[in-house]
Design a protein around this ligand. Structure first.
Ligand SMILES: Cc1cc2nc3c(=O)[nH]c(=O)nc-3n(C[C@H](O)[C@H](O)[C@H](O)COP(=O)(O)OP(=O)(O)OC[C@H]3O[C@@H](n4cnc5c(N)ncnc54)[C@H](O)[C@@H]3O)c2cc1C
Length: 470
């Protein structure tokens, strides 16, 4: 079957691309291929039982809406410095316009109208001053919080909308490879079951789940890439009261710190007030499964906890001869899983300072209560490279000056958190790869790392394709 456009992956980047394409040209014959389930069948057993059963593929990261379906749904409405570097490719004014457009779509499908970070400038000023005094930069950005359950509803409506408009979506259909004419022009894709689908326009939006798969495709077809940034770190969890000022004024405080000796960049990422720490399973090519941490927060008062979580990530840009950022991240995730018995590790900050592993008894003694009950108490310092661990500790001490109490013994560190978007695909200003007709969008392109930017990139590519077809 021949299609006008094939989109691999039904995450936010693919959804927004399909949305824009079909709205602008309702007669387009669009096929989306998604390895996971439709919204109705995306059920994470852990949400009910509290125990991760390692679904294959993981329902948190695959299916319609990709990693967005059960995400906290924080839309970061900044056009640069956060969420990726699309601005370096197409310029900040255009990214700003696209962010506005994608925000309007989320609003149209039911997003909360409240915007955090804009309604209390005095409080933000106070936080900025304290952060600067502690050697950190505060990146200010308006945040729209959808909430985990609202994200699910919004994406369900988007799924119904696309289907009603005639977009064909095949679920449980993993793409194995792309098909080309002599490696020069794309002509379609082949699924894992060997079925071929044809189109002269193929868009890959495979997300973090598909980042390793896409890297292999790039290697096989000589699609140009460069190693991107490796983001490795932990998820920190503390009582809401510690982060109260930041939570209330900004919802998410984006703080950046450079370590004193090594000048390593450490940043906060994905803050979830009254939230929960969550597990993600990545099934990487070659049969390797890694379980990593993430976090989210429900909107409904009855589902909220008394704890805030956020990621502390150390960003490393490696140079020659390094070329395997995904494998590098996976090695540490796997090591943590090994020590933890196929789950993630949790350790109190007090135990880290005392150079000892955490145990259930020690966590209880410190008054720490992990929201992620299937994390195993253990020793993260046996997994995370010393330089990265030192950077995390230095950042926690700096943040303690902005959020007093963060460096307390009872603060929890879960590990590891790693971002699988480090294989940067070289694309032109239309997001086309060196194979004609093959476009790369969203987190698997490594140009984005979040809902807003990946959705915006989807909108952008749709527009490029539309112009080309005219
Ligand atoms: C728990 C959690 C909380 C998060 N919270 C936030 C937040 O609050 N704010 C924020 O900005 N970001 C958040 N994120 C990150 C955000 O969800 C992602 O950045 C975003 O979803 C990226 O969109 P994408 O379309 O690039 O990729 P994805 O959403 O990862 O979608 C890619 C899709 O491609 C599919 N796929 C992969 N390989 C193949 C293949 N070979 N064949 C067919 N299909 C394939 C996958 O199944 C997946 O559905 C969170 C993520 C998680 C997991």
């Amino acid at each position: 079957m021949e299609y006008d456009v094939i989109i691999v992956g039904a995450g936010p980047s693919g959804i927004f691309c399909a949305y824009e394409l079909i709205n602008k040209n309702p007669s387009l014959n669009i096929l989306m291929l998604e390895k996971g389930n439709d919204m109705a069948h995306r059920i994470c057993p852990k949400r009910k039982t509290g125990v991760c059963v390692h679904c294959k593929p993981c329902n948190i990261t695959t299916g319609f809406a990709g990693a967005g379906a059960f995400s906290d749904g924080k839309l970061t409405l900044a056009s640069s410095e956060t969420g990726g570097n699309l601005d370096k490719l197409i310029g900040e004014p255009l990214v700003k316009e696209l962010i506005g457009k994608m925000d309007d779509i989320y609003l149209k499908f039911g997003a909360d109208t409240r915007l955090y970070g804009t309604d209390n400038p005095e409080a933000v000023k106070r936080i900025r001053e304290k952060a600067e005094a502690a050697g950190m930069k505060l990146v200010e950005s308006p945040i729209r919080h959808l909430g985990t359950e609202a994200s699910y509803e919004i994406y369900s409506k988007l799924e119904a909308y696309l289907l009603e408009k005639g977009v064909k979506i095949l679920f449980k259909t993993a793409v194995e490879d792309i098909l080309t004419d002599n490696g020069e022009k794309v002509k379609g894709v082949i699924s894992k079951d060997g079925e071929e689908f044809y189109s002269d326009t193929v868009i890959i939006g495979a997300g973090r789940e598909g980042a390793k798969w896409f890297k292999n495709v790039c290697e096989k077809h000589a699609i140009k890439t460069t190693p991107g940034t490796v983001d490795l770190g932990v998820r920190v969890e503390c009582p809401d009261s510690v982060m109260q000022e930041l939570n209330e004024a900004m919802y998410e405080s984006k703080l950046i710190y450079y370590t004193k000796e090594s000048n390593d960049k450490v940043r906060t990422f994905c803050q979830n007030p009254s939230g929960e720490v969550a597990l993600e399973n990545y099934h990487l090519p070659g049969g390797v499964t890694v379980t990593t941490v993430n976090g989210h927060a429900y909107k409904g008062a009855d589902l909220k906890t008394d704890y805030t979580n956020f990621a502390l990530l150390v960003s490393k840009n490696f140079t020659e001869p390094f070329k395997e950022p995904l494998e590098y991240g996976a090695i540490f995730a796997r090591a943590a899983n090994m020590l933890a018995g196929d789950t993630v590790l949790v350790q109190s900050y007090g135990d880290i300072k005392k150079h000892r592993r955490s145990t259930p008894e020690r966590l209880a003694e410190a008054g720490a209560a992990p929201t992620c009950t299937d994390a195993a108490p253990g020793d993260l310092t046996l997994v995370i490279p010393k330089r990265i661990m030192d950077a995390i500790i230095e950042m926690i001490e700096a943040m303690d000056k902005v959020a007093p109490g963060l460096a307390d013994d009872a603060t929890l560190l879960y590990g590891i958190e790693v971002k699988f978007y480090s294989n940067k695909v070289l694309i032109d200003e239309r997001c086309e790869t060196n194979i004609k007709g093959l476009f790369a969008i969203g987190d698997s392109s490594s140009w984005t790392r979040g809902l807003s930017m990946s959705s915006a990139m989807g909108l952008y590519v749709a527009d490029q394709i539309r112009k080309q077809r005219r």
